[in-house]
Design a protein around this ligand. Structure first.
Ligand SMILES: [Zn+2]
Length: 124
């Protein structure tokens, strides 16, 4: 499961951060998950709940925010969301990675990664 590997590195990063700030109790972790990552929310939450046992994150809740894909076209300068393919086989729509205006090649500027957006500390 891809989600387990991703979640493992997310949790390690969070724990390292908590240690730096001498925090021992966390209420909530907000994780931003890009639509291009194809990470399942259920699987992420499942992995999270297992992996936080006996860590400073134990008892906290994982909140997942989806991030839409944003493209930047090198030919016409288009900067915005991708066109998507509707598909019955995916939970989410599948973004098309070419410029919606000129079909030129694009750079993905958002939605291709997952990152911790915030950690809410107990007592705040
Ligand atoms: Zn373009």
């Amino acid at each position: 499961m891809h989600e387990v590997a991703v979640m493992s590195s997310v949790i390690q990063a969070a724990l390292a951060e908590l240690e730096k700030h001498d925090v021992s109790a966390v209420k909530e972790m907000v994780l931003v998950v890009g639509d291009l990552t194809s990470l399942g929310e259920e699987q992420l939450t499942f992995a999270y709940d297992i992996m936080i046992k006996n860590t400073s994150l134990e008892g906290s809740r994982l909140v997942i925010e989806r991030e839409e894909v944003v493209l930047l076209c090198s030919s016409c300068g288009y900067d915005g969301p991708a066109d998507t393919l509707e598909s019955d086989y995916h939970e989410h729509t599948v973004p098309i990675l070419s410029c919606p205006k000129c079909k030129g090649s694009v750079k993905v500027t958002a939605g291709d990664a997952c990152r911790i957006s915030s950690l809410k500390i107990v007592g705040e």
